[in-house]
Design a protein around this ligand. Structure first.
Ligand code: DAK
Length: 258
Protein backbone atom coordinates (compact mmCIF):
# COMPACT_ATOMS: atom_id res chain seq x y z
CA UNK A 1 0.00 0.00 0.00
CA UNK A 2 1.16 3.55 -0.74
CA UNK A 3 2.90 5.28 2.16
CA UNK A 4 0.94 8.42 1.14
CA UNK A 5 -2.36 6.82 2.08
CA UNK A 6 -4.23 8.64 4.84
CA UNK A 7 -4.46 5.42 6.78
CA UNK A 8 -2.49 2.20 6.39
CA UNK A 9 -4.09 -1.16 7.04
CA UNK A 10 -2.61 -4.55 7.85
CA UNK A 11 -4.02 -7.82 9.06
CA UNK A 12 -2.39 -9.89 11.80
CA UNK A 13 -4.21 -13.24 11.83
CA UNK A 14 -7.72 -12.31 12.96
CA UNK A 15 -6.83 -8.74 13.92
CA UNK A 16 -7.17 -5.74 11.63
CA UNK A 17 -4.69 -2.92 12.25
CA UNK A 18 -5.35 0.64 11.10
CA UNK A 19 -2.52 3.17 11.28
CA UNK A 20 -3.26 6.89 11.09
CA UNK A 21 -0.77 8.24 8.56
CA UNK A 22 -0.40 12.02 8.66
CA UNK A 23 2.99 12.20 10.40
CA UNK A 24 3.99 15.68 9.19
CA UNK A 25 1.08 17.16 11.15
CA UNK A 26 1.38 14.86 14.17
CA UNK A 27 -1.45 12.77 12.74
CA UNK A 28 -3.93 15.67 12.78
CA UNK A 29 -7.32 14.31 11.84
CA UNK A 30 -8.71 16.02 8.77
CA UNK A 31 -12.00 15.13 7.17
CA UNK A 32 -10.68 12.83 4.40
CA UNK A 33 -8.45 11.05 6.90
CA UNK A 34 -11.34 10.43 9.29
CA UNK A 35 -13.43 9.13 6.39
CA UNK A 36 -10.63 6.77 5.37
CA UNK A 37 -10.18 5.63 8.98
CA UNK A 38 -13.87 4.86 9.39
CA UNK A 39 -14.00 3.15 5.97
CA UNK A 40 -11.12 0.91 7.07
CA UNK A 41 -12.77 0.04 10.41
CA UNK A 42 -16.09 -0.68 8.71
CA UNK A 43 -14.37 -2.92 6.13
CA UNK A 44 -12.74 -4.93 8.94
CA UNK A 45 -16.07 -5.03 10.77
CA UNK A 46 -17.68 -6.59 7.70
CA UNK A 47 -14.85 -9.09 7.14
CA UNK A 48 -15.63 -12.50 8.65
CA UNK A 49 -11.93 -13.33 8.99
CA UNK A 50 -11.36 -10.35 11.30
CA UNK A 51 -12.53 -10.55 14.92
CA UNK A 52 -10.92 -7.49 16.56
CA UNK A 53 -9.18 -4.28 15.52
CA UNK A 54 -6.37 -2.00 16.65
CA UNK A 55 -6.15 1.70 15.81
CA UNK A 56 -2.78 3.37 16.19
CA UNK A 57 -0.70 6.36 15.11
CA UNK A 58 3.07 6.43 15.45
CA UNK A 59 5.50 6.72 18.35
CA UNK A 60 5.41 10.54 18.38
CA UNK A 61 1.67 10.99 18.06
CA UNK A 62 -1.47 8.93 18.18
CA UNK A 63 -3.15 12.11 16.91
CA UNK A 64 -2.70 15.76 17.99
CA UNK A 65 -6.36 16.52 17.37
CA UNK A 66 -8.57 17.59 14.53
CA UNK A 67 -6.81 19.61 11.85
CA UNK A 68 -6.84 23.14 13.26
CA UNK A 69 -5.78 24.71 9.96
CA UNK A 70 -8.83 23.17 8.28
CA UNK A 71 -11.16 24.85 10.81
CA UNK A 72 -9.81 28.41 11.08
CA UNK A 73 -12.38 30.12 8.82
CA UNK A 74 -15.42 28.04 9.64
CA UNK A 75 -18.68 29.49 11.00
CA UNK A 76 -21.38 27.73 13.04
CA UNK A 77 -23.44 27.38 9.85
CA UNK A 78 -20.57 26.00 7.75
CA UNK A 79 -19.54 23.58 10.51
CA UNK A 80 -23.10 22.36 10.76
CA UNK A 81 -23.67 22.20 7.01
CA UNK A 82 -20.49 20.23 6.40
CA UNK A 83 -21.26 17.99 9.36
CA UNK A 84 -17.68 18.81 10.22
CA UNK A 85 -15.62 15.75 10.99
CA UNK A 86 -18.91 13.83 11.07
CA UNK A 87 -17.13 10.53 10.28
CA UNK A 88 -16.12 10.55 13.97
CA UNK A 89 -19.50 9.17 14.99
CA UNK A 90 -19.28 6.17 12.68
CA UNK A 91 -17.02 4.41 15.19
CA UNK A 92 -20.03 4.03 17.48
CA UNK A 93 -21.56 1.53 15.00
CA UNK A 94 -18.52 -0.77 14.85
CA UNK A 95 -19.58 -4.07 16.41
CA UNK A 96 -16.22 -5.79 16.87
CA UNK A 97 -13.83 -4.79 19.67
CA UNK A 98 -11.49 -1.90 18.84
CA UNK A 99 -8.31 -1.23 20.83
CA UNK A 100 -6.44 2.08 20.70
CA UNK A 101 -2.65 1.73 20.81
CA UNK A 102 -1.49 5.16 21.94
CA UNK A 103 1.99 6.66 21.98
CA UNK A 104 3.00 10.31 22.23
CA UNK A 105 0.45 13.08 21.73
CA UNK A 106 -3.17 12.06 22.16
CA UNK A 107 -4.93 15.41 22.12
CA UNK A 108 -8.31 16.93 21.33
CA UNK A 109 -10.02 14.90 18.62
CA UNK A 110 -7.19 12.36 18.95
CA UNK A 111 -8.13 11.74 22.56
CA UNK A 112 -11.79 11.68 21.58
CA UNK A 113 -11.02 9.04 18.97
CA UNK A 114 -8.98 7.01 21.48
CA UNK A 115 -11.81 7.22 24.02
CA UNK A 116 -14.27 6.04 21.34
CA UNK A 117 -12.34 2.77 21.15
CA UNK A 118 -13.21 -0.03 23.57
CA UNK A 119 -9.84 -0.42 25.28
CA UNK A 120 -6.62 1.51 25.34
CA UNK A 121 -2.99 0.40 25.55
CA UNK A 122 -0.64 3.31 26.22
CA UNK A 123 3.09 3.67 25.81
CA UNK A 124 4.97 5.31 28.68
CA UNK A 125 5.35 8.41 26.49
CA UNK A 126 1.63 8.93 25.87
CA UNK A 127 0.14 12.28 26.85
CA UNK A 128 -3.61 12.76 26.95
CA UNK A 129 -5.31 16.12 26.78
CA UNK A 130 -8.21 18.25 25.58
CA UNK A 131 -6.41 21.51 24.72
CA UNK A 132 -9.31 23.09 22.79
CA UNK A 133 -9.55 25.84 25.44
CA UNK A 134 -6.25 27.17 24.02
CA UNK A 135 -8.04 27.65 20.69
CA UNK A 136 -11.07 29.39 22.19
CA UNK A 137 -13.34 26.37 21.82
CA UNK A 138 -14.30 23.20 23.67
CA UNK A 139 -14.12 19.51 22.71
CA UNK A 140 -16.63 18.69 19.96
CA UNK A 141 -16.46 14.93 19.45
CA UNK A 142 -17.49 13.59 22.83
CA UNK A 143 -14.56 14.89 24.89
CA UNK A 144 -16.64 16.46 27.62
CA UNK A 145 -18.87 13.38 27.84
CA UNK A 146 -16.60 10.34 27.49
CA UNK A 147 -13.76 11.95 29.41
CA UNK A 148 -16.01 12.85 32.34
CA UNK A 149 -17.39 9.32 32.46
CA UNK A 150 -13.87 7.89 32.35
CA UNK A 151 -11.91 10.12 34.74
CA UNK A 152 -14.62 11.84 36.79
CA UNK A 153 -15.76 15.44 36.98
CA UNK A 154 -12.91 17.30 38.61
CA UNK A 155 -10.13 15.87 36.44
CA UNK A 156 -12.26 16.34 33.31
CA UNK A 157 -12.91 19.94 34.33
CA UNK A 158 -9.20 20.57 34.79
CA UNK A 159 -8.41 19.05 31.40
CA UNK A 160 -11.17 20.87 29.51
CA UNK A 161 -10.93 24.22 31.31
CA UNK A 162 -7.21 24.43 32.01
CA UNK A 163 -5.52 22.17 29.46
CA UNK A 164 -4.23 19.71 32.03
CA UNK A 165 -2.55 16.81 30.28
CA UNK A 166 -2.40 13.35 31.78
CA UNK A 167 0.72 11.22 31.62
CA UNK A 168 0.31 7.58 30.70
CA UNK A 169 0.53 6.56 34.36
CA UNK A 170 -2.12 9.14 35.29
CA UNK A 171 -4.33 7.91 32.47
CA UNK A 172 -3.99 4.40 33.88
CA UNK A 173 -4.73 5.65 37.39
CA UNK A 174 -7.86 7.56 36.30
CA UNK A 175 -9.27 4.77 34.15
CA UNK A 176 -8.53 6.11 30.69
CA UNK A 177 -6.03 3.36 29.85
CA UNK A 178 -6.05 -0.41 30.43
CA UNK A 179 -2.28 -0.68 30.67
CA UNK A 180 0.98 1.20 30.18
CA UNK A 181 4.01 -0.44 28.59
CA UNK A 182 7.42 0.71 27.34
CA UNK A 183 7.24 2.55 24.04
CA UNK A 184 8.92 -0.32 22.15
CA UNK A 185 6.07 -2.61 23.16
CA UNK A 186 2.84 -0.62 22.99
CA UNK A 187 1.72 -1.77 19.55
CA UNK A 188 2.78 -5.37 20.13
CA UNK A 189 0.91 -5.34 23.45
CA UNK A 190 -2.25 -3.97 21.82
CA UNK A 191 -2.02 -6.56 19.04
CA UNK A 192 -1.54 -9.33 21.60
CA UNK A 193 -4.56 -8.16 23.57
CA UNK A 194 -6.57 -8.03 20.33
CA UNK A 195 -5.39 -11.55 19.39
CA UNK A 196 -6.53 -12.88 22.76
CA UNK A 197 -9.94 -11.31 22.29
CA UNK A 198 -10.15 -12.37 18.63
CA UNK A 199 -10.25 -16.08 19.46
CA UNK A 200 -13.24 -15.71 21.77
CA UNK A 201 -16.88 -16.46 20.93
CA UNK A 202 -17.82 -13.90 18.25
CA UNK A 203 -21.52 -13.46 19.00
CA UNK A 204 -20.84 -13.12 22.72
CA UNK A 205 -18.11 -10.55 21.94
CA UNK A 206 -20.52 -8.46 19.92
CA UNK A 207 -23.23 -8.79 22.54
CA UNK A 208 -20.87 -7.97 25.41
CA UNK A 209 -19.56 -4.86 23.69
CA UNK A 210 -23.06 -3.58 23.03
CA UNK A 211 -24.14 -4.35 26.61
CA UNK A 212 -21.19 -2.50 28.19
CA UNK A 213 -21.77 0.49 25.90
CA UNK A 214 -25.42 0.51 26.91
CA UNK A 215 -24.31 1.33 30.46
CA UNK A 216 -23.59 4.86 29.19
CA UNK A 217 -27.04 5.32 27.70
CA UNK A 218 -29.57 3.90 30.13
CA UNK A 219 -30.80 3.91 33.68
CA UNK A 220 -29.31 1.05 35.71
CA UNK A 221 -32.59 -0.86 35.90
CA UNK A 222 -33.10 -0.66 32.12
CA UNK A 223 -29.48 -1.61 31.48
CA UNK A 224 -29.75 -4.65 33.72
CA UNK A 225 -32.95 -5.74 31.95
CA UNK A 226 -31.27 -5.29 28.55
CA UNK A 227 -28.27 -7.29 29.75
CA UNK A 228 -30.56 -10.09 30.93
CA UNK A 229 -32.41 -10.18 27.60
CA UNK A 230 -29.08 -10.33 25.74
CA UNK A 231 -27.82 -13.07 28.10
CA UNK A 232 -30.93 -15.18 27.50
CA UNK A 233 -30.66 -14.48 23.76
CA UNK A 234 -27.19 -16.03 23.64
CA UNK A 235 -28.74 -19.38 24.61
CA UNK A 236 -30.04 -19.50 21.03
CA UNK A 237 -26.46 -19.65 19.70
CA UNK A 238 -24.41 -22.70 18.80
CA UNK A 239 -21.50 -21.10 20.62
CA UNK A 240 -23.32 -21.21 23.96
CA UNK A 241 -23.97 -24.95 23.53
CA UNK A 242 -20.39 -25.51 22.39
CA UNK A 243 -18.86 -23.37 25.15
CA UNK A 244 -20.74 -25.11 27.94
CA UNK A 245 -20.28 -28.60 26.47
CA UNK A 246 -16.56 -27.95 26.03
CA UNK A 247 -16.32 -26.90 29.68
CA UNK A 248 -18.08 -30.10 30.80
CA UNK A 249 -15.86 -32.22 28.53
CA UNK A 250 -12.69 -30.41 29.70
CA UNK A 251 -11.64 -29.40 26.16
CA UNK A 252 -11.15 -26.07 24.40
CA UNK A 253 -14.26 -24.68 22.70
CA UNK A 254 -14.45 -24.54 18.93
CA UNK A 255 -16.37 -21.33 18.22
CA UNK A 256 -18.60 -21.21 15.16
CA UNK A 257 -19.59 -17.56 15.44
CA UNK A 258 -23.23 -18.56 15.25
N1 DAK B 1 -3.86 20.48 13.41
C1 DAK B 1 -3.07 20.83 12.37
N2 DAK B 1 -1.74 20.74 12.42
C2 DAK B 1 -1.16 20.32 13.53
C3 DAK B 1 -1.93 19.94 14.67
C4 DAK B 1 -3.37 20.01 14.57
N3 DAK B 1 -4.17 19.63 15.56
N4 DAK B 1 -1.07 19.58 15.65
C5 DAK B 1 0.17 19.69 15.14
N5 DAK B 1 0.12 20.15 13.87
C6 DAK B 1 1.25 20.43 12.98
C7 DAK B 1 1.97 21.72 13.36
O1 DAK B 1 1.29 22.83 12.82
C8 DAK B 1 3.32 21.49 12.72
O2 DAK B 1 3.20 21.72 11.35
P1 DAK B 1 4.34 22.56 10.54
O3 DAK B 1 4.47 23.85 11.27
O4 DAK B 1 5.58 21.70 10.66
O5 DAK B 1 3.80 22.66 9.16
C9 DAK B 1 3.54 19.99 12.93
O6 DAK B 1 2.24 19.43 13.14
C10 DAK B 1 4.42 19.67 14.13
O7 DAK B 1 3.84 20.32 15.25
P2 DAK B 1 4.69 21.28 16.22
O8 DAK B 1 5.82 21.90 15.50
O9 DAK B 1 3.72 22.17 16.89
O10 DAK B 1 5.28 20.19 17.24
P3 DAK B 1 5.68 20.41 18.76
O11 DAK B 1 6.36 19.15 19.16
O12 DAK B 1 6.42 21.70 18.95
O13 DAK B 1 4.30 20.54 19.55
C11 DAK B 1 2.04 19.90 20.13
C12 DAK B 1 3.45 19.44 19.65
C13 DAK B 1 1.14 18.66 20.06
C14 DAK B 1 2.12 20.39 21.56
C15 DAK B 1 1.52 21.05 19.20
O14 DAK B 1 1.65 20.65 17.84
C16 DAK B 1 0.08 21.39 19.45
O15 DAK B 1 -0.27 22.08 20.41
N6 DAK B 1 -0.81 20.95 18.54
C17 DAK B 1 -2.23 21.29 18.59
C18 DAK B 1 -2.95 20.45 19.62
C19 DAK B 1 -4.41 20.85 19.73
O16 DAK B 1 -4.75 21.99 20.02
N7 DAK B 1 -5.30 19.89 19.47
C20 DAK B 1 -6.75 20.12 19.49
C21 DAK B 1 -7.26 20.54 18.12
S1 DAK B 1 -8.99 20.91 18.11
C22 DAK B 1 -15.62 17.41 16.00
C23 DAK B 1 -14.68 16.44 15.97
C24 DAK B 1 -13.41 16.70 16.48
C25 DAK B 1 -13.09 17.95 16.98
C26 DAK B 1 -14.05 18.91 17.02
C27 DAK B 1 -15.32 18.65 16.52
N8 DAK B 1 -16.96 17.16 15.49
C28 DAK B 1 -17.30 15.81 15.08
C29 DAK B 1 -17.91 18.16 15.45
C30 DAK B 1 -11.73 18.14 17.47
C31 DAK B 1 -11.14 19.33 17.67
C32 DAK B 1 -9.71 19.37 17.98
O17 DAK B 1 -9.05 18.36 18.14
Amino acid sequence: MSQDALVLTETHDRVGLVRINNPKALNALNNPLMTALMDALEAFDADDKIRAMVVTGNERAFAAGADIKEMVDETPESMNAKAHIAPFDRIMDIQKPVIAAVSGWCLGGGNELAMSCDMLVASETAQFGQPEINLGVIPGAGGTQRLTRAVGKVIAMEMVLNNRTLSAEEALHYGLANRVVPVERYLEEALELAQQIAVRAPVALRTGKAAVNQAFDTYLKDGIQAERDAFYGLFATEDQKEGMQAFAEKRPANWKGA
